[in-house]
Design a protein around this ligand. Structure first.
Ligand code: OFO
Length: 169
């Protein structure tokens, strides 16, 4: 049986994953209407992944005898300054999510819930990968600078990175 404190913090995480999914969907939509097909595709794939993370947490809480709460989600921003700026926001958000996953680990240790601590390690590893891939994109965008031709090539480059991921996968 899942401990109350662990159930509570995972329910908070469910809301954060739902927001992450919608945030990236909002970014994907902005990119789509701004002519960045590749960037939009990458963000659609990311939004789908975040939804998958949310579903993983929901199943886990329910399987362990807790109750997952499906949250209301606050509205994400609708517009972004530049592609570069937007990916910096993605990184800041992912760093926030990493801290939040670490808090789950800390709560599991405090509550001696070692099965959940073990289960949540998948997310610990996932966050390392997510931060790494966003940092690599930001590095590329720093090289691109303000040159629109380069940005066009960057968009083509990122299009091939995650397959085609527009609607739900
Ligand atoms: Fe971007 O990560 Fe979910 O957890």
């Amino acid at each position: 049986m899942i401990k109350e404190k662990v159930e509570k913090i995972i329910n908070e995480q469910i809301e954060k994953e739902a927001y992450s999914s919608n945030l990236y969907l909002a970014m994907a939509s902005w990119a789509e209407t701004s002519g960045y097909e590749g960037v939009s595709n990458w963000l659609h794939a990311q939004a789908n992944e975040e939804r998958m993370h949310m579903l993983k947490f929901i199943s886990y809480v329910n399987e362990r005898g807790g109750k997952a709460v499906i949250p209301a989600i606050k509205k994400p921003p609708v517009a972004f300054k530049t592609v570069h700026d937007m990916f910096k926001q993605v990184l800041t958000h992912e760093e926030y999510i990493t801290d939040s996953i670490n808090e789950i680990v800390a709560t599991c240790i405090e509550q001696k819930d070692f099965s959940t601590q073990n289960w949540v390690q998948w997310f610990v590893t996932e966050q390392i990968e997510e931060e790494k891939s966003v940092r690599a994109i930001i590095d590329k965008l720093s090289l691109v600078g303000k040159n629109n031709d380069n940005l066009y090539l960057f968009d083509k480059d990122i299009l091939g990175m995650r397959g085609t991921a527009t609607a739900a996968e």
